[in-house]
Design a protein around this ligand. Structure first.
Ligand SMILES: [Zn+2]
Length: 50
């Protein structure tokens, strides 16, 4: 499988919203970072709202 974001070979194919997306090592690392920071950002937004 090819990476969804570039032409590199995908090392993983995690399911995201029911869709399997091939990711190379670099983009897999980036997706982990964005997945792990997004919920925190939303939590912060909620805290500011209340
Ligand atoms: Zn890639």
């Amino acid at each position: 499988m090819q990476c969804h974001y570039c032409d590199a070979d995908a090392v993983v194919a995690p399911e995201h919203d029911g869709i399997k997306v091939g990711l190379c090592r670099d983009h897999f690392q980036q997706s982990i970072e964005s997945f792990s920071t997004e919920p925190h950002l939303k939590e912060f937004e909620h805290r500011f709202e209340t």
